[in-house]
Design a protein around this ligand. Structure first.
Ligand code: MC0
Length: 150
């Protein structure tokens, strides 16, 4: 068994049809605050990150935790296809790691299918990689190495 490599739940990614309406729902229901809004053309998605815990109270966790609301830019994108199949709901879980490249190498060697063979750019300057849901109990899983604190 490898040494524990997940440092926190970085975010829960939630697929929605109307980003602005869903942001308003999470703000009014939970008092959450949007800390970033980004469009990722390569992923076919626009998104909002709402902070749950900023991580300053727990430096060992190497980052904060968030709700990530995702609206597809196109029907043939990962979130567009997910919505057509399942409707709105939890799309993926993102876990914090100290070193996403090292985590990918260890997990890949264990036989889990990697969606991303190499880390790429994610929300808020993070370095990320996805693991295939079919090898992880039906859960699309993302590894997140947060950008260094400024
Ligand atoms: C697809 N499947 C899922 C799923 N998406 N299962 C659980 N959770 C999901 N989110 C299942 C389908 O139901 C299907 O099952 C099988 O996987 C193949 O799905 P597909 O859509 O027909 O096939 P692919 O191969 O085109 O796509 C699947 C794959 C893709 C996971 C490779 O969705 C992908 O590359 N996802 C990673 C990127 C992503 O999700 N980006 C959006 C968030 P059956 O049983 O019918 O075979 S971007 C983001 O979040 C970034 C900005 C960030 O956090 O920083």
């Amino acid at each position: 068994m490898p040494a524990a490599m997940l440092t926190r739940i970085d975010h829960v990614g939630i697929a929605c049809r109307d980003l602005d309406a869903t942001v308003a729902l999470y703000e009014s229901t939970f008092g959450l605050t949007v800390v970033a809004r980004e469009t990722h053309e390569d992923q076919g998605v626009r998104e909002a990150m709402l902070v749950v815990a900023d991580g300053r109270d727990n430096p060992a966790a190497l980052g904060g935790s968030y709700v990530q609301l995702l609206e597809p830019l196109r029907e043939d994108s990962p979130v567009g296809k997910f919505l057509a199949r399942n409707g709105e709901g939890v799309h993926h879980i993102g876990y914090g790691v100290a070193d996403v490249g090292a985590a990918l190498a260890t997990i890949g060697a264990s036989g889990i299918r990697l969606v991303d063979e190499r880390p790429r750019h994610g929300s808020m300057g993070a370095s990320i990689a996805f693991l295939h849901p079919k090898d992880l109990g039906g859960v699309l899983t993302e590894l997140v190495q947060a950008a260094p604190a400024t």
